[in-house]
Design a protein around this ligand. Structure first.
Ligand SMILES: [Zn+2]
Length: 75
């Protein structure tokens, strides 16, 4: 389930809500009840993780010389 960051303009509280994409966005601050809530863009934690998974399929260059030392390349 995707996690959304919200920020309340009234009390500056920042909170996270996980709800399905089909659900309507949160409009009311759970802290003060003001309807001045904005959705905040999260800074790509998911995309970074996806990139790491993709690059792990090919061993790093140091593996060719046996320098990885992590046992990840099987050499
Ligand atoms: Zn608030």
């Amino acid at each position: 389930m995707p996690l959304y960051d919200y920020k309340c303009d009234a009390c500056a509280t920042r909170f996270e809500v996980d709800h399905p994409m089909s659900a309507p966005p949160v409009k009311e601050c759970p802290h003060c009840g003001a309807q001045q809530v904005r959705k905040v863009l999260t800074t790509g934690g998911i995309s970074v993780r996806t990139r790491n998974i993709g690059s792990s399929s090919s061993p790093p260059p140091s593996c060719a010389t046996g320098g990885c030392g992590g046992g990840m390349c099987g050499l």
